[in-house]
Design a protein around this ligand. Structure first.
Ligand SMILES: [Zn+2]
Length: 421
């Protein structure tokens, strides 16, 4: 499209208005993140059709403005005329910012995503959206240079299998259905292992909560977890992580962390989730925002505000998707870290984003593996399965006792690189 538009001379007269950057940005918003846009807002489709209109206008021009036969042939079959590449690369917006190879690579990447979803259907689309968030990818690029960033082999395998949509090695000895109330099927790469109510999702939540506390402390705050006595007359504890003197004006901060699965059995909700990155986290966060005090029906947010405490629910998905609330929080915390401890705000944000991503990934994988181990053991009449040969060669990897595989229960979120001013 770009090559034929260049051949038609369809780019604005001076040709210095970048087409690729805004196109990619709009494409990311709608096709990758799945965000809905108002009817009036600019879309990549509109950018494309505007360019097509300009090409058509050039083709339709008569008299002095008419295209030469040679140019017309290029527009009709740009791939047969190498000259179109020269015309494209001569455009100021291309020559100053882009290599032709990069334009081609980006176009291919976009095409591949669309084709992947078209070829593999709804589940593939869901898989893409689940993992198309920055936190999910951090795991793939992080070096194990602190203990909190080290991953066990079976954890890494679990996360890779989930991402690549191949069978979980640890599920090899599992029965067809889970033994929890929902009797969820344990099929190929089933995410139920890490989401099972009998499993370790609360461990993921608790590890995330501890990481929040560690972040706040690293920024120079007094911070605790599970603050008691915030709500009168009930045992409700909306302060998973509690930060003293967060804001001179509004006092303390109570963070209610909620870690949810991106999976759902509701067909309508499934459709919305597979089209929009982070939808499950946002919905969960919104539900928490509307949470009420049990005995008075007052909004928790209002109840805490009366006591000088800001209530901040933060939603996260087990695959790493978060919400704008998390971004706002870590942004503000990094500025506090700069003021209080002299940390570089950008480095602080990067470091703690990695810590949180690793916490969610490692704990989620561990929860899934443990669930698979428990199911396999129950399926084998209570035996651990290790070494008895019944699980075949895949057995030892996933049925080893935690103590043998380096799980020392040290907890997450205390990187050695941080602390001190
Ligand atoms: Zn289950």
């Amino acid at each position: 499209m770009l090559a034929l538009a260049a051949a038609a001379g369809a780019f604005d007269d001076d040709g210095d208005v970048d087409f690729e950057a805004p196109f990619e940005q709009l494409w990311m918003i709608s096709e990758v993140r799945g965000e809905e846009r108002g009817e009036e807002s600019l879309t990549w489709q509109r950018l494309e059709s505007d360019l097509e209109d300009k090409v058509r206008a050039k083709l339709d021009a008569v008299g002095e403005d008419a295209l030469s036969n040679e140019r017309r042939a290029m527009v009709e079959a740009p791939e047969e005329h190498l000259e179109t590449v020269r015309l494209l690369s001569a455009l100021p917006w291309v020559s100053s910012r882009w290599s032709i190879q990069k334009l081609i690579s980006r176009s291919l990447a976009r095409e591949q995503l669309v084709r992947f979803i078209a070829d593999h259907g709804d589940e593939a689309e869901h898989l893409v959206r689940e993992h198309m968030n920055p936190m999910a990818s951090i795991v793939l690029t992080t070096l194990p240079n602190t203990r909190s960033r080290e991953m066990r082999g079976d954890e890494a395998l679990y996360l890779l299998a989930r991402r690549l949509n191949v069978a979980q090695v640890c599920a090899a000895g599992c029965p067809d259905a889970c033994d929890c109330a929902g009797r969820a099927p344990i099929v190929r790469n089933n995410r139920h292992l890490e989401d099972c109510p009998k499993g370790g999702r609360s461990a993921v939540h608790d590890a995330g909560r501890n990481t929040l506390r560690a972040m706040a402390r690293a920024a120079g705050f007094e911070a605790r977890t599970e603050e008691p006595g915030l709500i009168d007359n009930t045992a409700q504890r909306p302060g998973d992580a509690y930060i003293d003197d967060w804001d001179g004006q509004f006092g303390d901060l109570a963070i209610d962390l909620t870690v949810v699965s991106s999976q759902t059995t509701d067909p309508g909700e499934h459709r919305r989730r597979r089209q929009k990155v982070g939808r499950a986290a946002r919905v969960a966060e919104r539900t928490k925002e509307l949470g009420r005090v049990t005995d008075s029906d007052e909004l928790i947010a209002d109840h805490l505000r009366r006591k000088g405490v800001t209530f901040m629910p933060i939603g996260m998905e087990t695959t790493g998707a978060t919400t704008p609330t998390w971004s706002t929080f870590i942004q503000q915390l990094s500025e506090n870290a700069h003021e209080r401890r002299g940390h570089d705000p950008i480095m602080f944000r990067r470091l703690w984003t990695v810590e949180m991503a690793m916490t969610l990934a490692r704990r989620g994988a561990r929860a899934g593996i443990r669930r698979a181990r428990a199911l396999a053991a129950a399926c084998n009449g209570g035996r651990s399965g290790a070494g008895d040969g019944e699980l075949g060669e895949l057995g030892p990897l996933d049925v080893e006792m935690p103590v043998l595989t380096g799980d020392d229960g040290r907890g997450d979120g205390a990187p050695m690189a941080v602390g001190g001013g």
